[in-house]
Design a protein around this ligand. Structure first.
Ligand code: ADP
Ligand code: MG
Length: 382
């Protein structure tokens, strides 16, 4: 049970790739964080930085009140008191289950009798009672992943780090293990950082979602906050399947480029700034959430359904509206492919892009100090 703090952490890989930039993250004791973002957004780098396999170029990492990493100082991974589970190769195939789970205790010098008792207890926790003597090769993927989880928690870590730990599993097993993992970590009061590229998994599990893109935190908040009030058009698109549309914005509203779509300012929610710039027609990007796209079947409608997937609460639709592909998740509506429809956009988020966005962002962050980044010569420390 612990807190984890990343304070202005940046990490540049040798060669200059920015792995992480200005990460400020405070993780509370017992909190379950889901770290999400597209491939290459820095999720693994962040986890490795907390674990001690990568060292920040700037800033510091604290676990409880101890500084475990800064540009000048790094506590070895095995002395950070963490448990880790990765997507693959998590279980040593040449050792039986008991020996695998026992390993962290053996390394910590725990006496044999206590080791055996702790292994028995931990295997029971993950639903594998009596599996001590089994060869990992005879287990299913889900069971092997449970062994990896057991090994990660057997030494009672301060923090559990999971990197795509469930991603290699097939549904519905994955779904079940998800629920079990959540229950288990809650019972043990574990602080968890769970990296996943699966948005639904993140939404289902997390107390708080942290969305990364390009090594930066785009937004952090509860799943409901991030879904309903995305901080950026990227987050709206990545988390909530928003359609992004370029155009211009003025105090009157939004006008799409190359499309008849216009939206009055009353239907717009500005992201990053409080109101549209007074100057006319600033370049902007609109983010339209599927639930804000109202579809009405109409033979004379100027849009057509190009894809229709059955969903629990209504069909998940893609409509082509005069060349614009929009996602719609209108409740209760069933529409077959090829149906002609009318489209009404009830609400949308809008953000400035290009020069306007740069000056809006500069105004917001003018109080923050920016650091110059220099790549660390030795890079990753393993
Ligand atoms: P994610 O886990 O979100 O897919 P990563 O943290 O693995 O992202 O990568 C973030 C960025 O850092 C990517 O641009 C990736 O190419 C780069 N990167 C990751 N590891 C290294 C490395 N060892 N050396 C150089 N660049 C790296
Ligand atoms: Mg990764």
């Amino acid at each position: 049970m612990s807190t984890v703090i990343l304070d202005q952490v940046s990490l540049a890989y040798p060669g200059g790739t920015l792995g992480l930039a200005d990460i400020d993250l405070n993780i509370g004791d017992g909190e379950f964080i889901a770290l999400v973002g597209p491939s290459g957004s820095g999720k693994t780098t962040l986890l490795r930085t907390v674990a001690g396999f990568a060292t920040p170029t700037l800033g510091e990492v604290r676990i409880d009140d101890t500084i475990v990493a800064s540009s000048t100082h790094s506590v070895e991974p095995e002395r950070r008191g963490l448990g880790m589970v990765f997507q693959q190769h998590a279980v040593w195939p040449h050792w039986n289950v008991g020996r695998n789970v026992e390993y962290p205790l053996r390394r910590a010098g725990v006496p044999r009798a206590e080791r055996l008792q702790r292994v028995t207890e931990t295997l029971a926790l993950v639903g594998l009672s009596g599996y001590e003597k089994r060869n990992p090769a005879t287990l299913s993927g889900g069971q092997r992943q449970r062994v990896a989880i057991a090994r990660a928690i057997v030494a009672r870590p301060r923090v559990l780090l999971l990197d795509e730990a469930l991603s290699a599993l097939d549904e519905p097993l994955r779904d079940r293990l998800r629920l079990e993992l959540r229950q288990l970590t809650r019972e043990l009061g574990l602080t968890v950082i769970h990296v996943t590229h699966d948005r639904n998994e993140a939404l289902a599990l997390a107390d708080r979602l942290v969305v990364l893109e390009g090594g930066r935190i785009q937004q952090q908040g509860t799943p409901a906050e991030v879904l309903r009030a995305p901080a950026t058009t990227f987050v709206a698109n990545f988390i909530a399947d928003a359609t992004l549309i370029e155009g211009t914005v003025s105090p009157k509203g939004f006008t799409a480029d190359d499309h008849p779509l216009t939206l009055a300012s009353a239907a717009l929610e500005m992201l990053g700034i409080s109101s549209p710039p007074a100057a006319s027609n600033a370049a902007a990007e609109l983010a339209v959430l599927p639930e804000h796209v109202r579809i009405t079947a109409d033979p004379a409608g100027d849009a057509v359904v190009v894809s229709s997937l059955f969903g629990r609460d209504g069909d998940d639709l893609v409509v082509d509206w005069r060349g614009l592909r929009l996602r719609s998740r209108a409740h209760g509506v069933r529409c077959e492919r090829g149906t002609h429809v009318r489209v009404d956009i009830e609400r949308a988020f809008v953000a400035l892009i290009g020069e306007g966005a740069d000056s809006a962002a500069a105004a917001r962050s003018s109080s923050q100090t920016k650091h110059a980044l220099t790549p660390e010569p030795q890079g990753v420390v393993i």
